[in-house]
Design a protein around this ligand. Structure first.
Ligand code: SAH
Length: 285
């Protein structure tokens, strides 16, 4: 499906207003490719877009829009291509997460995991992914790894790069699994990284894992933690992320009931909201 793009040349202090006005016009998404420009996307045909933007601007602010506006066609592939081009290598401990082809000057003992930016979440730059990468790097190597909500496969591939024997990635999202499979091949892990569509209930009874990681959200973790804990081998480690700081206490309560002992925790600011992320690292009691 093709889209129409409306680009507004607005300074940083006006970005929030532009995003709000784009939302009022019914944008399917907006982003800021670089400081000084905000773009909103609309399903084609988006007739009279400039006029609608102008009217919504007046409605929101009470004054005429002072910034230059440009309207033009765009296809969804363009967004993905632009976003891909903007992804840079990131580092967590001795692990690098980098798109294919990006030059990484990895030091002694450092490992590079290649992640093709795609429809699976997890190019390594999100604070929740980084929290778990840092623990995976610091505490490994692990034997068997279970990655609940694998997305791009980044956490499982990082554990394998740090010496894990085998990893299993679960995700209910078929597009994420496609991306994870591509990344598995990119990193030469076809034999050691299994991907299964679904969540914990897609697992056959039995196997225990030495490392469990789950970057989900507070309610999903609250629901899944007891069962995750049952899958953890004695002495195994479990890392969770994706909770908000305000959810810490009740997620910790659930972990406690599930016989998970807190070893480490961290808060990371969420630059897109006022709150903060909370991540926890546990051992099976
Ligand atoms: N592990 C990656 C991706 C996290 S995004 C990283 O840390 O960067 C969360 C992923 O969990 C998404 O791909 C989503 O499809 C998946 N997911 C959502 N709910 C789930 C559930 N109940 N069980 C398993 N996976 C789930």
């Amino acid at each position: 499906m093709s889209h129409v793009e409306l680009a507004v040349a607005a300074p940083a202090e006006a970005e929030e207003t532009v995003v709000a006005v784009l939302a009022a016009c019914g944008t399917t998404g907006s982003w800021i490719p670089e400081p000084g420009e905000v773009r909103g996307y609309f399903r084609a045909p988006a007739r009279d877009l400039e006029h609608r933007f102008e009217a919504a601007w007046r409605e929101t602010t009470g004054v005429p829009n002072p910034f230059p506006v440009r309207v033009g066609p765009v296809t969804p592939e363009d967004w993905l291509a632009r976003w891909r081009a903007a992804v840079r290598p990131v580092r967590a401990g001795r692990l690098w997460i980098a798109p294919p082809g990006a030059v990484v000057e990895a030091g002694e003992g450092e490992r590079v995991v290649r992640i093709e930016p795609g429809l699976g979440f997890g190019t390594g730059d999100h604070p929740t992914t980084r929290a778990l990468l840092t623990w995976i790097d610091g505490a490994g190597p692990f034997g068997r790894v279970l990655d609940v909500g694998t997305g791009s496969g980044v956490l499982a591939l990082a554990a394998l790069a740090r010496g894990a024997r085998a990893a299993l990635g679960l995700d209910p999202d078929a597009l994420a699994l496609d991306n994870a499979a591509r990344n598995r091949a990119l990193n030469g892990r076809t034999g050691s990284f299994k991907l299964v569509r679904g969540s914990l209930d897609a697992l056959v009874p039995a196997p225990y894992f030495d490392l469990l990681v789950a970057n989900l959200d507070g309610p999903a973790l609250d629901r899944l933690l007891p069962e995750m804990a049952l899958r953890l081998a004695p002495g195994g480690r479990c890392g969770i992320a994706g909770c908000l700081k305000g959810e810490r206490d009740w997620v910790l309560g659930r972990a406690e009931e599930s016989r998970l002992e807190l070893l480490d925790e961290r808060d990371d600011p969420d630059p897109t909201a006022d709150g903060a992320w909370w991540s926890g690292w546990f051992a099976r009691r």
